[in-house]
Design a protein around this ligand. Structure first.
Ligand SMILES: [Zn+2]
Length: 113
């Protein structure tokens, strides 16, 4: 239940932010979930609804953006976008890629009441 843990951390971030800004409620939470993060956005939404219940984040909608994975190629040293781990370098076809982005989850912004 990777997504459940992530949902808990999203709610925690939102609660801290809401407390710091003294807001009454949260309307929308914009999340970035990198294409290489292995997070299932639907499972995360489902977990979020359960975890947010009874908190200031309850009823907030989630907007999920999925930025592409970014990697650096060991062979040709290009920085490239990849759709999945294990993809080949689009520049030279090498599989020697080192992931440098698009593999994590970030709370981008909050829309509050
Ligand atoms: Zn390459």
């Amino acid at each position: 239940m990777h997504e459940l843990a992530l949902a808990r951390s999203v709610v925690k971030i939102v609660e801290d932010e809401a407390a710091a800004r003294a807001v009454a409620g949260v309307k929308k939470i914009v999340l970035e979930i990198g294409a290489l993060s292995c997070v299932d956005p639907r499972a995360l939404e489902f977990s979020f609804d359960a975890v947010a219940s009874g908190t200031i984040a309850a009823g907030a909608s989630l907007e999920i953006e999925t930025p592409p994975g970014q990697a650096r190629c060991f062979s040709c040293e290009a920085e490239v976008e990849i759709a999945a781990r294990g993809a080949a370098c689009p520049e030279c076809g090498s599989h020697q890629l080192f992931v440098i982005g698009g593999d994590d989850m970030v709370v981008r912004s909050l829309e509050v009441h």
